[in-house]
Write a protein that binds this ligand. Structure first.
Ligand SMILES: [Zn+2]
Length: 205
């Protein structure tokens, strides 16, 4: 395969990018100058070295030091409300909630959603790590908020997670809530504005 097609096929693996868009990316790169390409390559190479996955909530964060591992700034912030754990699908949802400034508890990032009829749920989302975290922090956590989008697959994911965590929640007297219906159907959390997120959070049940 020639470089143009090869690169296009790599871009087509990106989330939400189809084959037509991936070819547009390649043509866009062909038009840019050498300095842009050099900077782009440098940043991509640096990404794995400078960004780390939080050992607790599993979000990606920029490391202050070169060594791997450790907790992100949110998890290690002693000022956060440790009685609340919000479970989100992806980093960009967490970012949207943080930007809205309406939530001051901790998070857990599932890292995906469950396709309906998925036979191996544990391969699609971090359900095992979530259960471990709940057990480990059961003394602190009083409420688990399932913050999934209002789409069939997201609602399916929330339902699955709820069923999995109920035994631990009941044993440790935790409440399990979901965001209120301030979110309109089909909306991704990451595209919701601050007021909508606040309303959904206040309306949780
Ligand atoms: Zn974290």
């Amino acid at each position: 395969m020639d470089p143009l097609n090869k690169l296009a096929s790599l871009f087509a693996e990106f989330p939400g990018i189809g084959s037509r868009q991936s070819r547009r990316f390649v043509h866009y790169l062909l038009k840019r100058d050498k300095a842009y390409i050099t900077e782009l390559l440098r940043l991509i190479e640096e990404l794995k070295e400078s960004v780390s996955e939080c050992s607790r909530c599993h979000r990606y964060f920029t490391k202050k030091h070169r060594e791997a591992g450790g907790e992100c700034a949110i998890c290690s912030d002693k000022g956060r409300d440790r009685t609340m754990l919000m479970v989100v699908e992806k980093d960009s949802d967490l970012d949207a909630i943080e930007r809205s400034g309406t939530y001051h508890g901790l998070y857990f990032v599932l890292g995906g959603i469950l396709p309906i009829l998925e036979k191996h749920p544990e391969s699609k989302i971090r359900i095992g790590a979530l259960l471990t975290l709940l057990e480990k922090e059961s003394i602190n956590i009083q409420e688990v908020i399932l913050a999934c989008a209002v789409t069939p697959e997201s609602e399916h994911t929330a339902e699955y997670v709820r069923n999995e965590i109920v035994p631990i929640a009941e044993a440790h007297l935790m409440t399990v809530t979901t965001l209120g219906r301030g979110l309109s159907t089909g909306t991704e959390l990451e595209y919701s504005d601050a007021d909508t997120l606040r309303y959904a959070l206040e309306g949780r049940k």
